[in-house]
Design a protein. Structure first.
Length: 476
């Protein structure tokens, strides 16, 4: 059947009849193709594949040529969603700016989501309505043959792609479509830290099994991207595919307010759930209950903590006071960036990189971070602050898990002392701000981001057995 369908001399009408007969033969194997709609989608895909095979020229030419990129993620890339979606937005934006044809499939979406994102990109991106795993399978069958690269973010969408059983085999001189798994963040280290704080600590064997299980879906990928070097190192320890560090691009804003025109502390993050499940809620509660009393003893009580982000937590609402201001969602953060003197990120367990810290540094506000976040961002030692020696071992669990606040946390005092130093010492504040903006310029510029993303797509033009990791040194 395949040889006859591929015959260039065969009419499209004859091809359609042959495909229809083939589909009828497949109807008896309903366990392989669920639902009549899926079978019809398969038929349409087969027919379109015949037409494309005759009309479409072989893929090739210069490396980095314009491609059709299909992005697959849990949700649409709305920056207001947080949790890595600002970075997803930046990826789409960079691909469009480079002239690539971009389609986007969210596993879940509402009509309003699709309309909002279509408008955000001025119609330059085709957003398919999210319809779960079945919708993804149908999309691959109907449009997959037209895709050069698939950029799949997060474990659940990647698992759905693998389970779809779709493969873009080499046809008519085209090599198969490139599959890029955007790990975004490796979650096992975060879970290890969370368990050390609130649950039963994992054994090293359990930790290794968790990492292997999490990354198992990526074994079929041609390349993998991660937001930070720590995650990239973890991925390289498990997978053989090239791994790229693709952080988030952040612009530097010049002309921000000086030290003397600022006061108070600022925290930004979505606050939904509970401390044991939300790193942001744990961060705020730890700061208010463990850090703030020490900070009060160092600088007095004439300051406030401004908390920005959606609040859906009774735990956080109970902590609001005249010194703890809950702003909720704020679309324009610049006035608060200019008003507050120090940004705090008291995060004790997390995955990926803290984008909010990178953005704050780009906005010219010095940041006090935990050792965990300093490692994730590969921050140099900050002038005016002290950080305990940390790091993640090459094997085994992360060893920078802080002691729970209920058992005599010593990290709270160091964090409070760093806050006090930057809040009261103008020279230390200025040095920390300069160091932060320099780090953002070096590691998180738009140019560095675009270069790495270009390298990722160019990997799809290389032989499948090419060795080495084409990591762009421009971000280091």
């Amino acid at each position: 059947m395949r040889d006859r369908l591929d015959d260039p001399g065969r009419s499209t009408e004859a091809s359609a009849r042959a495909i229809s007969m083939s589909v009828k033969a497949r109807l008896g194997r309903a366990t392989m193709v669920e639902g009549v709609k899926d079978v019809l989608a398969y038929a349409r895909a087969a027919y379109r594949g015949v037409v494309r095979k005759r009309a479409r020229p072989a893929r090739g030419g210069q490396a980095g040529a314009q491609k059709h990129v299909l992005m697959i993620d849990d949700l649409v890339p709305d920056p207001l969603f947080g949790a890595g979606y600002p970075r997803a937005f930046a990826i789409v934006q960079s691909l469009v700016a480079a002239g690539h044809r971009v389609s986007f499939y969210p596993m879940r979406s509402s009509p309003a989501d699709i309309d909002r994102m279509t408008t955000a990109f001025a119609g330059a991106v085709l957003f398919h309505p999210g319809a779960g795993a079945r919708g993804l399978r149908r999309l691959l069958w109907t449009h997959g043959a037209d895709v050069d690269s698939l950029f799949i973010s997060r474990p659940m969408p990647m698992a759905a792609f693998v389970q779809a059983g779709w493969q873009a085999g080499a046809k008519a001189g085209r090599r198969s479509a490139q599959v890029v798994y955007d790990a975004e963040a490796v979650l096992a280290p975060r879970e290890a830290r969370r368990r050390a704080l609130f649950d039963t600590r994992w054994s090293d064997q359990d930790y290794q099994v968790a990492i292997a299980d999490e990354l198992a879906v990526a074994r079929t990928a041609d390349a993998v991207t991660a937001v930070g070097e720590g995650d990239a190192a973890t991925i390289r320890s498990v997978l053989d595919a090239p791994v790229f560090v693709l952080p988030h691009p952040v612009a530097i804003r010049a002309g921000t307010a000086p030290f003397g025109d600022r006061q108070d502390f600022l925290f930004v993050g979505r606050l939904t759930g509970s401390s044991s499940q939300s790193p942001n809620i744990d961060s705020v509660t730890w700061f208010l209950t463990a850090v703030m009393p020490v900070l009060d003893s160092l600088i007095g009580t004439g300051y406030r903590l401004h908390v920005v982000g959606r609040v859906e937590s009774a735990e956080i609402e109970a902590l609001a006071s005249d010194r703890v201001v809950l702003h909720g969602v704020v679309e324009d953060l610049q006035p608060l960036y200019d008003r507050c003197r120090v940004f705090v990120a008291s995060t004790r367990y997390a995955a990926g990189i803290p984008l909010k810290v990178v953005e704050a540094m780009g906005e010219g506000i010095p940041c006090v971070v935990t050792p965990l976040l300093a490692d994730q961002l590969a921050l140099p030692p900050q002038p005016g602050t002290a950080q305990p020696e940390t790091g993640q071992p090459e094997t085994g669990q992360p060893h920078d898990v802080p002691v729970d606040r209920q058992t005599g946390d010593t990290g709270a005092r160091q964090f409070a002392e760093n806050c006090a130093r930057l809040y009261t010492d103008q020279a230390a504040w200025q040095a920390a701000r300069d160091s932060g903006t320099a780090h953002v310029t070096r590691c998180f510029s738009q140019q560095a981001f675009d270069t790495v993303l270009h390298d990722v797509l160019r990997q799809g033009d290389r032989p499948r057995d090419a060795q080495g990791v084409p990591f762009s040194q421009s971000i280091r």
